[in-house]
Design a protein around this ligand. Structure first.
Ligand SMILES: Nc1ncnc2c1ncn2[C@@H]1O[C@H](COP(=O)(O)OP(=O)(O)OP(=O)(O)O)[C@@H](O)[C@H]1O
Ligand SMILES: [Mg+2]
Length: 581
């Protein structure tokens, strides 16, 4: 059974959806006008039947030879015009609503915190952005016009029936509530199944997307069977849910029509009786029949529409879920053009929302402006997490992180991130030219981009390519080697020229020789800024001003290379292992 709060939700969502029509009222009204013309043309057939028939068969009026065919043509011209106006203008409104919804969703997705993306598969958001927006718009335009058009057609036809014979009033008033009751029951079922279908479409998309993203891994691990099985589950579930919807929809029509036919039969019985008793003319009789038959199709459309309504509302609710998701908290207002680059972690503890175990435990660390700090430690010890806190990718659980003596939460988010350049562990490139990947939204001069490209040794391989820096890198940079991608992401960080630089395994994909060359470039770069480096190869960090050794979310020891070697602790052990000394 549907709860009243669910109903309330559906109603609220519907009202909220209707607000998207704002600004499109004129086009919407013209669309409705088209629907009205269409409905009027449809209903006139029944209305005109009587005068045409009576004049032809009783008065034998010769002019009818012209009037009837001409009338038919005029009616169909009007009907066609109404149809076009309605389709075009409602389409216009629908596409605008889709565009607006997509724009809002995308805007929201850009501002959602990283933790949201940890929790939600990108395929789900993609399918909502593409598929659910279409559904919503359809409901708001097509379905609304259908309801208006068909109810008006029915109304006009029912009026015709009344006008020609008042006795039908009684019958209509008995059947009306019955049909209404039937439609609400069908509605309930529809809403349940539409939500299920949307979820199952999402599953199909997700499995397919994951497979499409990783063709190499699937092939080399011969994981086709595994992927096939996963896809089959999602695919089959989708088929089943769709079948349930189909069954409901398929049943709805015959049931509603059966009731309509019973209704028609009663009227036939009554009107044939009246005709036999000579109370009505042949024209009146045929007008009845035309009106009755004319009511069937609109009734059927009306019943079907309730399905799309439920689908649209369910789709709308899934969009509102994203739109209502809180965006990154921008608590602070402090702005700075260029920070000095003093970084301090004060008793910082942190755990990811999805895990209950702390990933960082009571970390305190002071980093002088302009110095280079290297982080080493086992995989999973929390190095990347510690870096992630600085640009506020995640909110601290406990403690504080300061830049230039101010809590990072006091900074305006944009201004804070303006101070930080990041070369992350997994390089992200966009399907665009190398040049645009380096500039990445910044309006940098050609010289500046080329300087950065040269320093990061991008030029070395770009100059060999036929289109140089204009070469596109393919989706996620698939057309480049791992090292080439890494160089581009280093160039991007160089170009940003921020006072704080985070290098998370920035040179891990490079061969020893290019690493040495880029290292030199990076060292140049590090000179006048605070640099946080994570590296597994100890040779790259020996020159750091401070080395921090991490283990299970804690700082095990810290000091310069010489100090740590002398202390003969974990770092010294690591060093011995790597260099076999
Ligand atoms: N988004 C996340 N959600 C939940 N847990 C996470 C997330 N990212 C990392 N973790 C967990 O936090 C711990 C620390 O991860 P982190 O990435 O900081 O390690 P790391 O020191 O950078 O390791 P590596 O040297 O392999 O890069 C790991 O146990 C990891 O499983
Ligand atoms: Mg890491």
């Amino acid at each position: 059974m549907e709860s009243s709060s669910e109903k309330q939700n559906a109603r609220d969502s519907w009202l909220r959806l209707l607000r998207y029509l704002h600004g499109n009222q004129l086009h919407f009204a013209i669309g409705v006008l088209g629907a009205l013309i269409f409905a009027a043309a449809n209903a006139s057939v029944a209305w005109l039947m009587k005068p045409f028939m009576d004049k032809t068969f009783q008065s034998k009026d010769a002019a009818m030879m012209w009037w009837v065919p001409a009338g038919l043509i005029v009616l169909f011209i009007a009907r066609g015009a109404g149809d076009f106006v309605q389709t075009y203008y409602m389409g216009h409104v629908g596409r605008r609503v889709i565009k607006q919804l997509r724009g809002q969703l995308f805007e929201r997705l850009l501002l959602l915190p990283i933790s949201y993306f940890d929790r939600n598969a990108s395929a789900i958001m993609l399918s909502r952005l593409i598929y659910n927006t279409e559904q919503v718009a359809t409901v708001m335009t097509d379905s609304i016009t259908t309801v208006i058009r068909e109810s008006l057609t029915i109304l006009a036809l029912v009026c015709a029936l009344f006008y020609y014979n008042w006795k039908l009033t009684a019958v209509v008033f008995i059947v009306g509530p019955l049909i209404a009751w039937l439609i609400t029951i069908v509605n309930r079922l529809f809403r349940r199944y539409s939500r299920r279908i949307q979820d199952s479409v999402v599953d199909v998309t997700r499995v397919a997307k994951e497979a499409l993203d990783a063709p190499r891994i699937i092939k080399v691990f011969n994981a086709q069977d595994y992927e096939r099985a996963q896809f089959e589950v999602a695919n089959e579930y989708n088929r089943r849910s769709s079948m349930k919807l189909l069954r409901t929809r398929g049943l709805a029509n015959p049931v509603v029509q059966f009731i309509a036919v019973c209704f028609a039969s009663v009227i036939l019985y009554m009107s044939i009786g009246q005709a036999i008793r000579g109370e009505i003319t042949a024209g009146t009789f045929f007008s009845f029949i035309a009106a009755l038959l004319g009511i069937m199709q609109p009734l059927r459309n009306l019943t079907n529409i309730s399905g799309s309504f439920q689908q649209g509302i369910a789709a709308g609710q899934s969009l509102f879920e994203i739109l209502d998701e809180p965006i990154e908290p921008t608590t602070g207002t402090r702005t700075t053009t260029r920070a000095r680059g003093e970084v301090e972690y004060r008793e910082v503890s942190f755990f990811y929302q999805t895990r209950d175990k702390a990933v960082l435990n009571n970390i305190s660390l002071h980093i002088k402006p302009g110095s280079t700090v290297a982080f080493v430690g086992k995989t999973g010890s929390g190095k990347t997490t510690l870096m992630n806190l600085l640009p506020r990718f995640y909110e601290l659980t406990q403690g504080a992180v300061m830049i230039d003596g101010h809590d990072i939460r006091d900074y305006d988010l944009r201004s804070l991130r303006e101070q930080i350049a990041l070369v992350s562990q997994d390089v992200v490139l966009f399907d665009d030219s190398i040049r645009n990947n380096i500039a990445f939204g910044k309006s940098a001069s050609t010289e500046a981009i080329e300087r950065a490209a040269k320093a990061a040794h991008v030029m070395e391989f770009a100059s060999q390519l036929p289109q140089g820096l204009e070469t596109t890198v393919g989706e996620r940079g698939v057309l480049l080697s791992g090292g080439q991608k890494q160089r581009i992401s280093i160039a991007r960080a160089l170009l940003k020229d921020a006072p704080i630089l985070i290098l998370d395994e920035a040179t891990s994909a490079l061969d020893t020789e290019s690493e040495r060359v880029i290292q030199a470039a990076l060292e140049d770069l590090m000179k006048n800024r605070t640099t946080l480096v994570i590296a597994h190869r100890l040779s790259t960090i020996e020159k750091a001003n401070l080395i921090v050794v991490m283990d299970s979310g804690r700082i095990l020891e810290q000091g310069t290379h010489t100090e740590l070697i002398a202390a003969n602790g974990a770092y010294a052990a690591l060093h011995r292992m790597q260099f076999n000394v």
